[in-house]
Design a protein around this ligand. Structure first.
Ligand SMILES: Cc1ncc(COP(=O)(O)O)c(C=O)c1O
Length: 397
């Protein structure tokens, strides 16, 4: 093939490879867990997964998925509004609404789909959307998908003075939405939801919270970042994923007032034009929620492990970013350094991912550790001391 576009892409890929920024997919042979088997490498400790509660391969969750697979088949082969809604989808939506304390919930094939399908469906002329500058890419794309007469603004990361100034500026708009991640996935810090809901009340705004990394992780019973701040009932719209702490594999949702979920059923493009979740995934999601509700001690164990890991890194002289979540980033500088360090950690049997530009700002490349309730103390200690040894070695060189 000698097409210009293909030639350009091939040259770009070769340049990325030379710069050490080329992302290579690693193949896992077997299930996700605290230990996994990587093709051509062998067994390693996994600190790169969102399987915060160890539900991804929990026997009870897997059994629920298998039973639903046998009972409902592999797929609906349809979108929800045509003939893709089975009772198992409705059960999951009832569970998600109860969990969040909202009137309703609506599932999508992913949280990416939920976030990209939300804003264009509900916002109209003159409405104002104010979004944290570090929000997840799916929120950014979802907001971009609104019509031109919707006003879009970005406030500085967790900067309440900036948010308030922007709310004030748009006080005469028909409606205002404040949109934020709960846990910011690259920083591991959390949105100041107590202050955000106070501003929302003062300026009559709705709060949209994507708590994909907070659900099952934050709050005493794992209800997320809003529980952490005691403001569950002041969040108007929750979005989230079934594919992280809930371990169902894939799937996302919007939970909120019936007027929102019913509007989404009428108008939201990923809902109208994309297939329903497989029943097996819906059943796994419901089972994970049941497990989480029955045993919040698992969440508390996760929180202790994440805090202990942060403290251990600090005791070793390293500087993890501050935060209360299970995402623990350590800034290492350039993108190629992060990728190189991740490679060296892997050689020591620890799978942690290096993130660089453009996912994070230039010069702030990092290793991002993600802690799970299923990690043992020995695994976490091994990871912390491996990183410390590598960094000491490179600073001595
Ligand atoms: C904050 C946030 N929102 C949405 C998503 C997308 O979730 P899903 O994998 O369900 O599409 C992610 C996943 O990385 C995320 O971190």
């Amino acid at each position: 093939m000698t097409n210009n576009l293909i030639n350009r892409l091939t040259a770009d890929l070769a340049a990325a490879d030379r710069n050490g920024t080329y992302k290579k997919l690693k193949t896992i042979e077997g299930p996700i867990g605290d230990r996994i088997r990587l093709k051509d490498i062998g067994e390693v400790t996994l600190l790169s997964s969102n399987d915060y509660l160890g539900f991804a391969n929990h026997p009870v969750v897997v059994e629920a998925a298998r039973d639903a697979l046998l009972r409902y088949g592999a797929s609906t082969a349809s979108v929800r509004f045509i003939c893709g809604t089975q009772d198992v989808h409705q059960t999951l939506e009832t569970d998600l609404a109860r969990f969040h304390g909202t009137e309703e919930a609506l599932t999508y094939s992913s949280c990416w789909a939920a976030n990209t399908g939300l804003f264009a469906a509900i916002c109209g002329a003159g409405d104002v959307i104010l979004s944290d500058e570090l929000n997840h890419a799916s929120l950014i794309d979802g907001i971009r998908a609104t019509t031109k007469d919707v006003v879009r603004g970005v406030y500085k990361h967790s900067d309440m003075a900036d948010l308030e100034a922007k709310l004030q500026k748009h006080i005469d708009a028909p409606s205002r939405l404040i949109v934020t991640d709960g846990v910011f996935s690259m920083e591991g810090d959390i949105a100041p939801l107590d202050k955000i809901v106070a501003l929302a009340e003062k300026y009559d705004a709705l709060v949209v919270l994507d708590d994909s990394h907070g659900l099952g992780v934050m709050g005493e019973t794992g209800h997320g970042t809003a529980e952490h701040f005691g403001v569950m009932d002041q969040i108007d719209i929750f979005t989230g994923t079934l594919g992280k702490a809930l371990g169902a594999g894939t799937g996302g949702f919007v939970a909120g007032p019936i007027a929102i979920t019913e509007t989404l059923i009428q108008k939201s493009r990923p809902h109208l034009f994309s297939n329903a979740l497989p029943a097996s995934v819906a059943a796994a999601g419901s089972k994970s929620i049941e497990l989480l509700e029955a045993d919040p001690k698992r969440v508390q164990a996760l929180q202790r492990k994440a805090a202990g890991f942060r403290a251990r890194l600090k005791a070793l002289g390293l500087n993890p970013l501050e935060g209360d979540s299970a995402v623990v980033p350590v800034i290492v500088g350039e993108t190629a350094t992060a990728i190189q360090l991740a490679e060296e950690m892997l050689n020591k049997g620890i799978f942690v991912t290096g993130f660089g530009f453009p996912v994070v700002p230039e010069g702030q490349a990092r290793l991002r550790f993600q802690i799970s309730a299923s990690h043992s103390a020995a695994e976490l200690e091994e990871a912390a001391s491996a990183l410390s040894n590598l960094l000491l070695k490179s600073s001595a060189a």
